[in-house]
Design a binder for this molecule. Structure first.
Ligand code: GLU
Length: 294
């Protein structure tokens, strides 16, 4: 029997949500409705240095204004509470302990940009370089031990092919060690990475399909390795095309002009915003090359 459809909206309260988020979330809502399923709202306030309480409030308000509705979330509870990542640290620790016990991770003493950024989903233009493996177990890490607490990286098998069928973009294929390297799952300051937290949460909350932007395809490939290593069933995936500005750049939270707040302030109605989005027939899996409100 098919699983009941459970989708999720997983915004990070690190700024005001913009039209690009709204479009991805709208697709998630339409897919949940079409399948007679439900939507979970998860507050991804994992990064203590960038998440802000007022942005959480703003996020809920802006999503509701836009017409998004969820049946489980930090504001309404549900069977998989808590729905804020900052309150789920012990749960992540258990997943991390399993990876450690099974020798799937190793300590990394490098202080690199990708370690610092590990708490955030790597959106377009933010992908880390393939880790050169300086701290792999074969490297001489013992010498450095004790200098400071390490970060922990998931050890990938170089050359392993990761394939999956995306509900929107069609067949996907990535190669570990070439498209991405060993990635951080736990940071030296004792915070879980985005990659680990999102896998543990999507599995625990019984998410059956993850709808997210296409810039996270590589993250999905990494996450599939984590699902397997943790003995968890992976959900289906549906990666949406990103909205871009007139110059073809991805919308970013720092550009306030695209924020839902600003659009609302201009008196724009959500229906009107949605009407301006690129058309329907843009999904590779549905016969053409782009994805949208199928
Ligand atoms: N909180 C992440 C973000 O806002 C979620 C990405 C995902 O869909 O996994 O970028």
């Amino acid at each position: 029997m098919a699983l009941p459809y459970r989708g999720r909206l997983a915004p990070s309260p690190t700024g005001y949500l913009h039209e690009g988020h709204a479009r991805t979330f709208w697709t998630a809502q339409e897919r949940a409705e079409a399948a007679g399923g439900i939507l979970v709202l998860r507050n991804e306030d994992l990064d203590p240095s960038r998440s802000r309480g007022p942005f959480v409030e703003a996020m809920l308000e802006d999503l509701r204004w836009f017409g998004l509705r969820w049946q489980e979330g930090p504001d309404c509870g549900g069977p998989h509470a808590p729905y804020s990542q900052s309150q789920r640290r012990d749960f992540y620790r258990a997943g991390f302990a399993r990876l450690r016990r099974e020798g799937r991770v190793y300590p990394c003493f490098c202080s690199r940009q990708d370690v610092l950024r590990a708490l955030q989903a790597p959106h377009a233009g933010e992908e880390e370089p393939v880790y050169p493996g300086s701290c792999r177990p074969s490297a001489r890490q013992a010498e450095q031990a004790g200098a400071r607490p390490p970060s922990w990286r998931f050890l990938v098998t170089d050359g392993e092919v990761i394939e999956f069928e995306d509900g929107c973009r069609g067949p996907q294929r990535f190669v570990a060690g070439r498209d991405f390297g060993d990635f951080v799952v736990w940071r030296h300051d004792d915070v879980p990475s985005y990659q680990l937290a999102v896998v543990l949460d999507d599995a625990a909350m019984r998410i059956s399909e993850v709808v997210r932007g296409e810039d996270l395809l590589l993250s999905t490939a990494r996450q599939l390795l984590l699902y397997r290593a943790l003995g968890l069933d992976a959900p289906a995936f549906y990666h949406c095309l990103l909205l871009t500005d007139q110059a073809g750049r991805r919308l970013a939270k720092r550009e306030d002009a695209w924020s839902l707040r600003a659009l609302r302030g201009q008196g724009l109605a959500p229906e009107r915003i949605r009407r301006q989005w690129p058309g329907n027939a843009d999904c590779a899996a549905h016969g053409s090359s782009r994805c949208s409100d199928a």
